[in-house]
Design a protein around this ligand. Structure first.
Ligand SMILES: Nc1ncnc2c1ncn2[C@@H]1O[C@H](COP(=O)(O)OP(=O)(O)O)[C@@H](O)[C@H]1O
Ligand SMILES: [Mg+2]
Length: 226
């Protein structure tokens, strides 16, 4: 599904150059669940944002199902994201002024689904993560675990092939973190490819492969022993 070939990302600010990604080669097959670990600042989020096409590499090639995304224009990439990707963040990123159902509906923005299809998709996504009974509530009325589950519903409402999660359990207690991992595992079992940044070795041990990063490079890639 994914091939990164010599991906680099450099930032230039006040004449100081930071290399966030030095030289990343990576292959991820459809159906994998990959955990990315590494110390703060080693480039994990930059790598995830590059995979999500919200950050552009300054060098290298990004092939997705054989298509070179590094050379595509912004309109095409916006379509690609809307049709193919779901994002989950550490801080949930729900819109406070919208209900949970309205937040989930945002996951269908830029798509041309019929109105009836939209409603069915939204209900199915909320069911899947167990927050249907909170559909008319606002984010501040929900616990952290419920908010993250709502954010996952928003990410999966369009049935994405690839889910990108940046420390999805980072703000949750053990029990809610385990619940979120269980949801991600069931989405993976149902066919979604998942790439997740985590600081939790226990969570990384649950998934198919663990990648370790250091200073903008991948230093290890270890498949889970079954
Ligand atoms: N917008 C930016 N401008 C300049 N430097 C950045 C920017 N975003 C990230 N960086 C730098 O790139 C490096 C990698 O950051 P990041 O990918 O966020 O790391 P991680 O997610 O592993 O903590 C860090 O040194 C960070 O300071
Ligand atoms: Mg990060």
């Amino acid at each position: 599904m994914i091939t990164l070939d010599g991906i680099q990302r450099r930032y230039l600010s006040d004449a100081v150059e930071t290399t966030a990604l030095a030289d990343i080669d990576l292959h991820v097959a459809a159906g994998e669940f990959v955990a990315i670990m590494g110390p703060s600042g080693c480039g994990k989020s930059t790598l995830l944002n590059t995979l999500g096409t919200v950050d552009r590499p300054t060098g290298g090639r990004y092939l997705f199902d054989g298509r070179d995304l590094a050379s595509e224009g912004e309109a095409t990439l916006a379509q690609f994201r809307a049709q193919t990707l779901g994002f989950v963040f550490q801080s949930f990123n729900l819109i406070d002024e919208l209900t949970i159902a309205e937040n989930v509906e945002l996951g269908l923005a830029y798509r041309k689904d019929q109105k009836g299809d939209r409603r069915a998709r939204i209900e199915a996504a909320m069911d899947r993560v167990g927050i249907s009974h909170r559909a008319r509530h606002y984010p501040h009325q929900l616990s952290g675990g419920q908010q993250q589950r709502a954010a996952i519903a928003r990410a999966i409402v369009g049935d994405p092939k690839l889910i990108l999660a940046d420390e999805p359990t980072g703000n949750l207690d053990t029990e809610n973190g385990a619940q979120v991992m269980g949801i991600l595992e069931s989405l993976n079992a149902a066919g979604a490819t998942i790439i997740m940044v985590t600081h939790s070795p226990a969570h990384a041990d649950l998934v198919g492969r663990r990648i370790d990063m250091l200073d903008g490079r991948i230093v290890a890639s270890v498949a889970r022993q079954i």
